[in-house]
Design a protein around this ligand. Sequence first.
Ligand code: NAD
Length: 278
Amino acid sequence: MAKIIDGKSLATRIKAEIKAEIERDKLNVGLAVVIVGNDRASEIYVKYKKDDCAECGIQSFEYALPEYVCLEDLLELIEELNDDENINGILVQQPLPRHIDAVTVNETISPFKDVDAFRADSLGKIALGDYDFSPCTPAGIMEMLHNENISVSGKECVVIGRSAIVGKPMALMLLHEDATVTICHSKTRDLGEAARRADVLVAAAGCPGLVGADMVKEGAVVIDVGMNRDESGKLCGDVKFAEVSGKASYITPVPGGVGPMTRAMLMKNALMAKRLQL
Ligand code: NAD
């Protein structure tokens, strides 16, 4: 039976360390969270982020804009936040309404306040292996692996998903730690064949139950990034947890795995932003 990697308790420990560091160094750290429209899931994520800020002793500033806001007004707000000394990090909750170009929004955030590492140059720096802000989800996964003393050096790591915020930076971060990395995606011809080679398998496709036991090598480490809703509306991952835990050596649950770690890494990046701006 696989060991369950408890992302929730590790995240709680990391947030306590961040709080202690902020108190010790008497820092005022401020994080701005901008939300556009009334997407229910986004509202829940923003509430979680506010709670995380409170837990870490970080001041959170929330800006809720209506669904119909125009791009110019949103960019104007971001420019104001870029210039505001009380704000160290800026996060614009995604997805954004269709009429708002997310790339333009991300590129408007100051490189010193890009705590989500969504800017093109932030991703470029990650590719070079020399960066300040780690992309939160892959960084959280690396922390979980380190905490379990799982080395990826020389191992076969397979990442399912090639998005700019999860799959690609995940693959790069594994590569920086000397893994042999394969990236799979929706056009991959034989996903099962690639996945079965993995010593470490990261599923980030957003497809409920995509990864079954038949796609997992005996003893593999399985990280489930997926956050989906099943037919009954219950949160579920990309991995069939019950059957895969019988074959894997380690597995992350959904909820309580990658999600809380992603949020803890955001807090870490907010503190990093403060230090960069001192
Ligand atoms: P995305 O839609 O941008 O990318 C999904 C990727 O998966 C694409 O590259 C696509 O090619 C690939 N894919 C889709 N279906 C596939 C299939 N059947 N076989 C192989 N590859 C397939 O999504 P994203 O933003 O990268 O997020 C992926 C999932 O992770 C979503 O469920 C999202 O909600 C979740 N997520 C979770 C966290 C967290 O903190 N836990 C953070 C970010 C994203």
